[in-house]
Design a protein around this ligand. Structure first.
Ligand SMILES: Nc1ncnc2c1ncn2[C@@H]1O[C@H](COP(=O)(O)OP(=O)(O)OP(=O)(O)O)[C@@H](O)[C@H]1O
Length: 663
């Protein structure tokens, strides 16, 4: 019988563990108290124990871990890794792992043993279609029913959409030769190939790092689709992205690219009128018709979106549930084009959908059939090294490999980090280039001083937007323009954190920055929760008020009533909400790297604590660096923490790739 566990060492104060239900729940309570599990994880096991009074402790512990892993972004629990390498899978602190090891003799030893044990319980099924059990066992993967269904639906929809449809190749070739300039490069023009591939099948993915021309390419693909459409006047195109900011940026870039193309193609294609018809880009929540208090959207298979072509940018931020909802709402006849950087951090919520979908993007793995199609439609032969036997999705995926505006030190640093090449990263960080600076062995105070404008030559901290706030116009006519200037100035500089809590985290730094700005009279010294100049981020969707998770606004007085309102900028459009009506917000001088996805700032500061264990990953550092447009400052507590981050990859358990590949 297990009586007690030492939460420092993980030692069990008992001899050999003999696991029964009561001792299991006592143990789970201790693990929760120690912070190794969430309350929810144990509560889920209790719920299953009520459903099946015979459920074995091993089944209940698997359920607890499954809930726990879902909370950490995994779509399933990998039983083979749980048996063979729990330390890597669970990534728990040493004491927790010791406790797990002490328990191990009482648990199944191999993946097969786990499967056999789980299969015995009526709360687990291997037949998801006929049985309503809450847990689904699929080989060595254990799923919550909800996630199994999402993954299954996404895989099915992707498979249906990637069946190549017969494309009329001659007009595609003719238009592609007009839209792209021929190059003498030995590498293929992947942008041109992406456009060709985008015309066959009902799904195409264009992935690439920042500035590789994803929007440039998709604007040409739109022109191509318009030029080759049976009924171009009625072609319905929608633009969307996970956040309002990313959506506004997408619309702006596409409009710009179409305007430019209009000059190229003259009267042969009405691209300017087409851009106007496309309308504004929406957030995915708004496109799908999110409703308050329900996970269900207004648009779904029974009430599909009225669209022929849907372009979704920043697809790395789309979580599994959202991707399932998006594919469900899209009519079979519609074409979906996903744009995104597969190397960025995955969504906060469970799933790493773009990463899973782009598993073969680097190597291409194009079949002879695809290579033939690309050759006929673009006049380019794909080099041997990109040929292979990839799945149907790999045939519809193109990776853009050349960055057009990211070649300097920031681009070099991003590349080195993405490869895990610590040496090259240090070479860039220690070179004396104004674009990249590194403050090592720093304290959080260093970050605060940067927020006050402590770096010459770069967008200088937050004082510049606060300076503009001080010159509020008296004339109400000029008010909107002033609001726009304030919001634009705020977007020039940002502090990104790896963690939420502590001195290096979002909460600690926000507080310290507020205090420091107030000490220099940039902010009111006596301020309540809401004050003029407070930047805030929305932390929960509220479709009723049209504010969405991740939206960033600034608190300013209403020109008529002086009541404090939060103003948001979508492209050039201003939205405002009464501050007192916003419940789910946090101050946004410092924000997490996760929440910064889809945004770029002239000067980005990335603050990395010495030890944030599993949170500090290569993807996190890469995402942080690639938010910087002209200046990047890395602030680290220790060099070792940075090195460890580069060595650590984000891995999310999922069965999506295997489903698509039929493994
Ligand atoms: N083939 C090309 N020839 C000339 N300019 C190009 C080409 N491809 C892209 N560009 C230019 O490079 C810049 C970056 O392109 P674009 O914005 O499309 O990249 P992106 O991958 O969408 O970037 P982000 O990651 O920021 O969304 C733009 O100014 C674009 O006009």
């Amino acid at each position: 019988m297990i009586r007690r566990v030492d939460t420092h060492s993980g030692d069990l104060f008992a001899d050999a563990p003999l696991l029964d239900r009561a001792s299991l729940f006592a143990l789970l309570a201790q693990w929760t108290e120690a912070g190794w599990l969430r309350q929810l994880d144990g509560a889920f096991a209790r719920f299953l124990a009520d459903l099946d009074p015979q459920a074995s402790p091993a089944t209940l512990i698997a359920a607890t871990l499954l809930a726990h892993m879902e909370g950490r972004g995994h779509s399933c629990l990998l039983l083979d890794e749980l048996a063979s390498d729990p330390a890597t899978l669970l990534a728990w602190p040493v004491a927790a792992l010791n406790a797990w090891q002490a328990l191990a003799p009482a648990l199944p030893h191999t993946a097969k043993d786990w499967q056999a044990e789980l299969a015995r319980s009526p709360v687990v099924t291997q037949d998801a279609t006929h049985d309503t059990a809450p847990l689904i066992l699929a080989g060595h993967r254990l799923y919550l029913r909800r996630y199994f269904r999402y993954e299954h639906n996404v895989a099915n929809a992707v498979q249906l959409r990637t069946t190549p449809a017969a494309a009329t190749e001659a007009p595609v070739r003719a238009w592609l030769d007009r839209l792209f300039v021929a190059t003498a490069d030995s590498e293929p023009d992947w942008q041109k190939a992406a456009c060709a591939i985008g015309t066959r099948g009902q799904l195409a993915i264009v992935t690439g790092g920042p500035g590789t021309g994803k929007t440039y390419t998709v604007a040409r693909l739109l022109a191509l689709l318009l030029a080759t459409a049976d009924n171009p006047d009625t072609l319905r195109v929608a633009l969307a992205a996970p956040t309002g900011k990313a959506a506004a940026r997408l619309k702006q870039s596409i409009d710009g690219a179409l305007q430019e193309l209009q000059q190229k193609v003259g009267d042969d294609l009405p691209l300017t009128a087409f851009a106007e018809r496309v309308g504004a880009a929406r957030t995915l929540h708004s496109l799908l018709g999110a409703r308050p208090d329900t996970r269900k959207f207004r648009y779904h298979a029974g009430n599909p979106l009225e669209v022929d072509v849907l372009i979704v940018d920043e697809a790395s931020m789309i979580h599994l549930e959202m991707m399932a909802a998006l594919l469900d709402a899209l009519p079979a006849s519609a074409r979906l084009i996903l744009l995104g950087d597969k190397d960025q951090l995955a969504s906060v919520e469970a799933g790493a959908v773009l990463g899973d979908l782009c598993r073969d993007a680097e190597t291409g793995r194009y079949t002879a059939d695809t290579a033939g199609f690309v050759a006929r439609t673009t006049g380019q032969q794909l080099p041997e090294r990109y040929l292979g036997d990839g799945n149907a999705l790999a045939q519809q995926t193109v990776m853009l490999r050349v960055s057009r505006r990211f070649g300097g030190p920031i681009g070099q640093l991003a590349l080195a980090v993405n490869r895990g090449d610590t040496q090259s990263a240090f070479t860039v960080l220690t070179a004396t280039d104004a674009a990249v600076q590194w403050r090592n062995h720093a304290s959080p105070q260093e970050v605060v001083s940067l927020a006050l404008g402590g770096r010459a030559g770069a967008a200088g901290g937050y004082s510049s937007y606060l300076e503009i706030i001080k010159s509020r116009p008296r004339d109400p006519d000029g008010y909107e323009d002033w609001v726009r200037t304030v919001l634009t100035a705020f977007e020039r500089f940002r502090i990104l954190c790896a963690v939420r809590d502590g001195d290096w985290g979002v909460t600690g730094l926000n507080k310290a920055i507020e205090t420091a700005l107030a000490a220099q009279d940039w902010l009111p010294r006596n301020r309540g929760e809401w004050y003029v100049g407070r930047p805030v981020m929305i932390t929960r969707n509220d479709p009723g008020m049209q504010v969405y998770n991740g939206d960033i606004g600034i608190t300013l007085p209403d020109p008529q009533t002086q009541a404090l309102r939060v103003y948001f900028l979508d492209g050039q459009e201003i939205r405002k909400v009464l501050a007192s009506r916003l419940a789910d917000v946090e101050t946004a001088f410092a924000m997490t790297v996760h929440k910064s996805q889809g945004s770029e700032f002239e000067h980005t500061v990335l603050a990395l604590p010495a030890d944030a264990s599993q949170i500090l990953t290569r993807e996190l550092v890469y995402t942080g660096i690639t938010r910087a447009r002209t200046h990047f400052t890395l602030v680290t507590a220790s060099q070792q923490g940075f090195e460890q981050a580069l060595a650590r990859r984000t891995r999310r358990a999922s069965g999506l790739y295997e489903r698509l590949t039929g493994i």
